[in-house]
Design a protein around this ligand. Sequence first.
Ligand code: MN
Ligand code: MN
Length: 301
Amino acid sequence: MLMLIDAASLWYRAYYGLPSSIKAPDGRRAGAVRGFFDGLAVLARRFSPTGLVCCLEGNWRPQWRLDLLEQYKSARALPDGSEDAPEGLEAQVAAIEALLPALGVATAAHPRFEADDVIATLAARTAEPVLVVTGDRDLFQLVDDERDRKVVYLARGISKAELFDGAAVVAKFGVGPEHYVDFAVLRGDPSDGLAGVKGIGAKTAVTLVNTYGGVAGLRAAAADAESDLPERQKRAIGEAGDYLDRAVKVSTVVADVEVPVVDATLPAAPKDPEAVEALATEWGVASAIQRFHEAIAPKAT
Ligand code: MN
Ligand code: MN
């Protein structure tokens, strides 16, 4: 099984999940670095992947998505367009991004796409079962029972991560993975800047999606004088038409991003042991790195 990690999700959970008192020898906060590698170890032990790729946010808010939807992720953006990151995270992200290749863990990114798209692309390229580890709800759209694609959702922390197959997505949202995007754009998602449709909350969105088959079916029903869609909703859907079309494009992951072929093989030993040692010492995370190694080491049977 190929495990695709939404790396930014994992370091955010690590940052917020560990006490700020965890410090590097030089006094900088180090909880995200430690928690990231401990998190990888926990995930590797629980799911025993045979391949691992950490997918990075080459572009957290691509211009092409902004061109479609001006408000996209605007609540999380600083005036200069960069992401509003919490104190002390940036240096830790740099450390994680340096440690991964030194350890020999595959990474993938594209300068014009989000980790979401890179993950979708790597999943589309393989016939193997895929486990996507993320705290980003958008990626529920990748769940596919037939092709054995599941999501490990990090909402409540790394050790309490929940495994989602198609039935679990339906149980949580009321719609299947193939309609998660329809549901999200109808209901709205403030953290991504999706306004939603006036008068349509989560419950109505579920009913509409399941009755009319998503945004496309709903747009058709709204335009059809004969359809049984209530007049009030016909109007709301009609008025929101442009938003709906754009929001669906924004929220649908791109599965054919030009990222190089990656070798997802689990590293048997660090690729650059000296760099690993130097970084582990600098950040005071040698034991977390050790736990990671033990978790991915080929098990003697
Ligand atoms: Mn994302
Ligand atoms: Mn997303």
